[in-house]
Design a protein around this ligand. Structure first.
Ligand SMILES: Cc1cc2nc3c(=O)[nH]c(=O)nc-3n(C[C@H](O)[C@H](O)[C@H](O)COP(=O)(O)OP(=O)(O)OC[C@H]3O[C@@H](n4cnc5c(N)ncnc54)[C@H](O)[C@@H]3O)c2cc1C
Length: 321
């Protein structure tokens, strides 16, 4: 049995779904799972146990509440000293994308990022990752890497119900005080109160078919009735209608909600690269030959300006009843 270290992240004090996926994947492989929680996210230690961690490593310093590459590197070092992992798993988040290449370079370790499927069998670690915006897939394995680092795209692995009877040993790490060359002075949060796109269960996304920014209010109304998060295409982001944090696709976020409603979106390959893992896709477009219909589970051919308000009204009635 080997040790697996999972870099866990939280949102509003709770373990992100992407971290739950990795903890459960590690636990199912039969290896011993260590969870790493930094800063105030340490309060999620019981949740880590419920998803399969046997040991939770915490470092409670308030300095770790915000991502800082130097401090996080030191904490990761301390976590590796304590857990002696053969594999490190993390979600492909913005912090992880900054932290792990630094760690891999510093320690001369192998790293595979952007995984969409993962096999952990004995000492073998196999990662599938998309290339060319999902046109083909590569399978990566490791050679001569003392620790194998894998960054997985969120929402690619199943999550079973948490088992609240499971417990874990909690160990507080000693992270050395550092003379930092960079500090985070302020974090300005986006306006959205909604769940991050990568964590959302329902997404309603809009494209250039909306004609102008003000018309996005139709999409926001549907989102608020469904409790959904709003996404967008790059065309719309480039127009300046919405922020880049809402972009889905090759150069935006990769999402895999239960329901993805694509409105006024043509279905370019770069957009599909970010959302084709959604379980049910509904497309609304007035062009019956739009490529999005080839990916859609259900398609509505029609003018979004009449279809969308009608749909919102119907959902409102159903969900009120
Ligand atoms: C390197 C690279 C990276 C990229 N990365 C991304 C990415 O991450 N994400 C992304 O989304 N794109 C990305 N793109 C851009 C991508 O190629 C497309 O240009 C973009 O996705 C198109 O956005 P759209 O569907 O909103 O617009 P369009 O392609 O213009 O489609 C608008 C759709 O709305 C429909 N429509 C118009 N009026 C109505 C109406 N009244 N009712 C209903 N339907 C209507 C039209 O029939 C059409 O299908 C990238 C491109 C490149 C080159």
């Amino acid at each position: 049995m080997n040790n697996i270290l999972v870099f866990c992240e939280t949102q509003n004090g709770h373990l992100k779904r992407s971290s739950q996926e990795l903890l459960q994947k590690g636990a199912k492989s039969g290896h011993k799972v260590f969870a790493l929680l930094l800063g105030s996210s340490s309060t999620a230690a019981p949740e880590c146990a419920h998803h399969g961690a046997k040991v939770v490593l915490t470092a409670k310093s308030p300095a770790l509440d915000q991502y800082n590459s130097e401090l996080y590197l030191a904490a990761l070092d301390a976590a590796c000293e304590t857990s002696n992992p053969s594999v490190i798993l993390a979600a492909t988040s913005s912090s992880a994308k900054d932290l792990f290449p630094r760690f891999a370079a510093k320690k001369n370790l192998g790293l595979v990022s952007d995984g969409i499927a993962l096999t952990l069998q004995g000492d073998e670690v196999l990662v599938t990752k998309p290339l060319y915006a999902g046109k083909c897939f590569a399978q990566a394995s490791f050679e001569n890497s003392q620790i194998k680092i894998v960054l997985m795209r969120p929402n690619q692995l199943p999550v079973d119900h948490a088992n609240s009877s499971l417990t874990a040993e909690v160990t507080d790490l000693q992270v050395p005080q550092l003379d930092l060359s960079t500090i985070v002075k302020e974090v300005v949060k986006g306006a959205s109160e909604k769940l991050d796109l990568t964590e959302a269960n329902i997404i309603v996304a809009g494209g250039r078919g909306f004609k102008e920014a003000a018309n996005f209010k139709l999409l926001n109304e549907l989102a608020s009735v469904l409790g959904a998060t709003v996404g967008a295409t790059r065309a719309v982001v480039d127009e300046g209608w919405v922020s880049h944090s809402m972009q889905v696709g090759q150069t935006g976020k990769t999402v895999a909600p239960t329901l993805y409603i694509a409105v006024g979106i043509s279905g370019a390959i770069q957009h599909l690269a970010g959302m084709s893992g959604s379980k049910v896709i509904v497309a609304i477009n007035n062009d019956p030959s739009a490529p999005i219909f080839q990916k859609a589970t259900y398609g509505i051919v029609g003018d979004l300006f009449s279809v969308l308000p009608a749909l919102t009204e119907e959902f409102r009635k159903i969900l009120k009843a």
